[in-house]
Design a protein around this ligand. Sequence first.
Ligand code: GLU
Ligand code: ZN
Length: 311
Amino acid sequence: MPAPARPERCRFAPTTSGPAHPGTLLAALLCWLDARSRGAELILRLEDIDPERCTPAHADAICAALEWLGIDWDERVVQSTRAAAHTGALRRLAADGRLYACTCTRAEIRRARLPAVDGGWRYPGTCRARGIGADELDDCDAALRLRLPDGEIEARDESGLDLERDPLRALGDPLLRRRDGTVSYALAVVVDDAIDGITRIVRGRDLAHTTAGQIALQRLLDLPTPAYRHHLLLLEPRGGKLAKLHGSVAWEQLREVYGPAELCGWLASAAGLQRAPDPIRPAGLLSGFGWDQVRRTDARVRWSDGRLELG
Ligand code: GLU
Ligand code: ZN
């Protein structure tokens, strides 16, 4: 008899640097619907490796908001407990000649004037010759960057989204460890997705440009590449630069005017999963869920007279 297929594993991975806002809750809802509608396991990974911005209080508040909305998970992991694995990956990359010490300031990088796809400046590769071996890692107090291989990545997104293919030209060599010794999202996300056995990544389109770089790093570390799907974002109504509704309406404020079913119903209609914002729990959306119903374009949202409004 063939061995039973292992269930797929999905994750929702919020950064715990602030309260949950409507965009966080929509991302969680879509991730949950994707996982539960496929019988997959769902891991909640609290991404707290930035010690200046992340706090346990924000992590607890995000968990409380998800539970309130009706979203559950099978395992909860905390990214900062993975330091040994993150260091292990750095050692491996250093031993393979892939790491170098970078002492460039932000102003120096800006002066090179190479636009990056995320709206910032691309690292120009100034320090590439300053390779760091595995035995030099502990004593190095400069920032560490990854020497990305040349060439295109065949990055696929299930939604058909056109992903950046050349991470070097899109963003430049990524920072993997900062001067203060903390590791970056670019490294931690790849290592943790592998430890957590993640086979599907569902996340907002604001992260789509990071995917090719993450796949390049998976290949350098001999880690498997999950399937990716990027979904719509909730955006503020105005402004050339598309800002997320970050913190502008925190869950604490939302729950004063919305019940969980009401807010879930609003999110579902914003995402195109139901016509009207009728109250519904996440579980009520499961049986009819399919990505073909999910709106593909970003939705603009206003906070008007204490209510969320589309448009
Ligand atoms: N922690 C990241 C964020 O909240 C998301 C990580 C990911 O989904 O890859 O923006
Ligand atoms: Zn440099």
